[in-house]
Write a protein that binds this ligand. Structure first.
Ligand code: F6P
Length: 325
C-alpha cells in the first residue's frame, strides 16, 4: 500500500516533462495518495529539497516547456554515500514510492538506488534524444524534432538565396534520431549520425558534386555525437581542403533551442498517458521499470535494459535520405 509518492525530473529537460508531472500528480491524488515534488532531481533528493504538492500545484503547466521541478545532473548521486543520504531524506519524509522522469542517466541512477535501498520506483522516458529502449517515442522528442525542422526550413531560405552550403548541428550526444528525422523532414542533402561510420572522403565528394552540379544550396545535418565531432569540426576539415575554397560555407548549431518551447500536442498526450500509467504501475507493485509506448499500448520495460542496451535507429530512413537528396 502506497501513501506518499515523490516525483522528480532529472538530466536534460524535455518539453512535456511538465505535462507528465501534472499527470502523475493528478493520478496519484485521484487514488488518495499524497504527492511531493523533489526539486533539482537527485541533487534535491540528497539535499531534502522536497515540496508538498496538490491539484493546484500542477495547474496551467501542461502547455509549458522546461520543468517546474527543475532538473540537474548530480555527481553526488553517483556515490554510495550520496545515495544513502537521499534514501535517508526520503524515509524522513515518509516517501514510499518514486516516479522518475528522465533519460538513461536518470534510470541508471534509479536502478542502482532501488537495488541498494528498495524504495519502489517507476520511470517515465523524458529526453529529446528518443534514445531509450522500451518506448517508440520519448517525451520531448516530437517537439524537438519539429523545432529542428522549422529551423532547417528557415536556414533553407537564406541558404538558397546565396547558394550556400550549411552545416547544421542538432542535438544527440550518442544518437541520431533527431538528425535522421529532421534531415528527412527538412530535405537535407546529407545526414551524419553517430550510429554509422562517416567516411569524410565520400562526404567531401558528395558535397562537391552537389554544389557543382546545381546552382543551389545544400544542407548537411550533423548529430553532435557524430564520430568526426560536431559541425564546427567538420567545417575545419572542409576548409582545410583546397577543393572547398570556392564554396560559400556557413555553420549553424541549433543546440538548446531544441530543448525549450511549448510541447507539441503529441508530446502532451504521450506525457499524460505515460505519467498516469507510471502511477498505476507503482500501485500494481511494479518497480525498477520504465513505462513506454509500443504500438500504441503502454508497455513496462526493466529499467536496467533501458540504460544498458542501445535502441537502434531505422536504417531504412537513412537509405531514404540518400534516395531523396
Ligand atoms: O540528453 C539530452 C541532451 O539534450 C543531449 O542531446 C545533449 O547532448 C545534452 O542533453 C546536453 O546536455 P547539457 O544541457 O547538460 O549540456
Amino acid at each position: 500500500m502506497l501513501n506518499r509518492i515523490g516525483i522528480y525530473t532529472s538530466g536534460g529537460d524535455a518539453p512535456g516533462m511538465n505535462a507528465c508531472v501534472r499527470a502523475v500528480a493528478r493520478t496519484a491524488l485521484a487514488n488518495d495518495i499524497d504527492i511531493v515534488g523533489i526539486r533539482r532531481g537527485y541533487s534535491g533528493m540528497i539535499d531534502g529539497d522536497i515540496v508538498e504538492m496538490d491539484g493546484r500545484s500542477v495547474s496551467n503547466i501542461l502547455q509549458t516547456g522546461g520543468t517546474i521541478l527543475k532538473s540537474a545532473r548530480s555527481t553526488r548521486f553517483r556515490t554510495e554515500e550520496g545515495r544513502a543520504k537521499a534514501a535517508q531524506q526520503l524515509r524522513a519524509m515518509d516517501i514510499d514510492g518514486l516516479i522518475a522522469i528522465g533519460g538513461d542517466g536518470t534510470f541508471e541512477g534509479a536502478s542502482i538506488f532501488y537495488d541498494e535501498h528498495s524504495i519502489p520506483i517507476v520511470g517515465c522516458p523524458g529526453t529529446i534524444d528518443n534514445d531509450l529502449l522500451g518506448t517508440e517515442e520519448t517525451i520531448g522528442y516530437d517537439t524537438a524534432l519539429n523545432t529542428a525542422v522549422q529551423n532547417i526550413d528557415r536556414i533553407r531560405d537564406t541558404a538558397d538565396a546565396h547558394n550556400r552550403l550549411f552545416l547544421v548541428e542538432v542535438m544527440g550526444r550518442d544518437s541520431g534520431f533527431i538528425a535522421l528525422n529532421c534531415g528527412i523532414g527538412g530535405g537535407a542533402e546529407l545526414v551524419l549520425i553517430p550510429e554509422t561510420f562517416t567516411d569524410m572522403g565520400e562526404i567531401k565528394e558528395r558535397i562537391l558534386s552537389l554544389m557543382s552540379s546545381q546552382s543551389r544550396s545544400s544542407i548537411v545535418v550533423i548529430a553532435e555525437g557524430d564520430e568526426h565531432g560536431g559541425a564546427a569540426h567538420i567545417e575545419q576539415i572542409l576548409r582545410a581542403d583546397d577543393a572547398f575554397a570556392d564554396i560559400d560555407l556557413r555553420v549553424c548549431i541549433l543546440g538548446h533551442t531544441q530543448r525549450g518551447g511549448s510541447p507539441s500536442a503529441r508530446d502532451r498526450v504521450l506525457a499524460s498517458r505515460l505519467g498516469s500509467a507510471a502511477v498505476e504501475a507503482l500501485l500494481e507493485g511494479h518497480s525498477a521499470v520504465m513505462v513506454g509506448l509500443m504500438n500504441g499500448d503502454i508497455k513496462l520495460t526493466p529499467m536496467r535494459n533501458v540504460w544498458s542496451r542501445k535502441k537502434n535507429i531505422n536504417y531504412d530512413l537513412l537509405k531514404l535520405t540518400q534516395l531523396l537528396s
